[in-house]
Design a protein around this ligand. Structure first.
Ligand code: FAD
Length: 291
């Protein structure tokens, strides 16, 4: 299929892009890497009258270390972030996760901001943003605002972005010194969307006891979710096979995943249990320098 006819606009600055959004409102769509938008247009699931191409807005791309954390501009290609030493040092969970997104050809075009703004429930980056308590910078005609990841993802392919707003980028805060992290997912073939995925950040305190555990899941509902239940059996306890197993079981009880042609709800729940256990085990090993 080919897309329905549309007007093409190519602004050179964020202000020009915002003016075009204001002019065309709901008729317009922003184009980033096009790896999600163009297929939906080709299938005529989306028929924007105007495409506003962000690819010439240079200010929107870039990676910058900030206070031990890292800023990634919205138009930064996923592959550039994956290869960035700054990202690897400041946000190792992001670096570990990026290769799980699709294939290198898609990551060469697909952007970090496009993935976050698209908010596909099976996408990896939204869950990682939740696990790391990232914040997203959004700009509209009335100015800029920071939105915590926990408030950005509002439902199925839905975010806190208004129709006349642009995502400028995402800031991942510094990872605490005593932290461990891990990402795990299962898909039918390498590069496919995940049947289930889990992103984990843990910290350990004195005597190796767990201080905090953040478990974010993808592909288990309308959007990424943090399993608060998973932290219960761990915080204040030693991360043994027993407590990690209890946390994984709690995470599985905490979700009600959908059934679809790819996997049943029960199978997804079982994946939550297995992947959470694996991810927590690797993350705690990292707090002790064992990986
Ligand atoms: P686009 O497709 O250009 O845009 C997506 C949406 O975001 C549009 O609605 C657009 O208007 C909006 N948008 C883009 N940028 C901004 C901005 N700065 N401000 C506001 N709104 C904006 N993704 C995964 O996460 N995991 C996978 O396993 C995976 N597998 C894939 C497999 C295939 C075969 C393909 C084709 C894609 C796959 N993707 C996967 C999607 C890929 O990661 C996309 O790159 C990503 O979802 C969207 O990024 P994009 O830059 O291509 O955005």
């Amino acid at each position: 299929m080919k897309p329905a006819p549309f007007l093409y606009r190519c602004p050179g600055t964020v202000d020009e892009a915002l003016a075009l959004l204001e002019e065309h409102g709901y008729d317009a769509k922003l184009l980033a890497g096009g790896q999600s938008l163009i297929p939906t247009m080709n299938f005529r699931l989306s028929e924007p009258a105007v495409l506003i191409d962000l690819n010439r807005v240079d200010d929107l791309a870039g990676i910058e270390g900030r206070d031990g954390g890292v800023w990634i501009g919205a138009m930064t290609r996923q592959r550039s972030a994956e290869r960035s030493e700054t990202v690897r040092q400041a946000a190792p969970l992001v670096a570990e996760t990026l290769p799980w997104i699709a294939h290198p050809q898609i990551r060469n075009r697909g952007t970090v901001g496009g993935s976050l703004a698209h908010a596909d429930p099976a996408s990896e980056l939204p869950a990682v943003a939740l696990a790391l308590e990232a914040r997203l910078l959004v700009r509209g005609k009335s100015g800029e605002r920071w939105v915590p990841a926990s408030e950005f993802f509002t439902g199925l392919f839905a975010t806190a972005l208004g129709p006349e707003e642009i995502l400028l980028g995402v800031e991942f805060p510094a990872v605490p010194a005593a932290a461990g992290w891990a990402f795990e997912e299962v898909s039918r073939r390498h590069g496919d969307y995940a049947l289930v995925g889990v992103a984990v950040l843990v910290t350990s305190g004195s005597g190796g006891r767990c201080d905090s555990a953040r478990v974010a899941l993808l592909s288990v509902g309308d959007g990424p979710v943090v399993s608060t239940a998973a932290a219960g059996p761990l915080v204040g306890q030693e991360p043994t096979a027993g407590t990690i197993g209890e946390a994984a079981a709690a995470a599985a009880r905490d979700v009600d995943p959908p059934s679809d042609i790819h996997a049943s709800s029960d199978y997804r729940r079982q994946l939550v249990r297995v992947l959470t256990r694996r991810a927590l085990t690797r993350a705690f090993n990292r707090t002790q320098g064992r990986e």
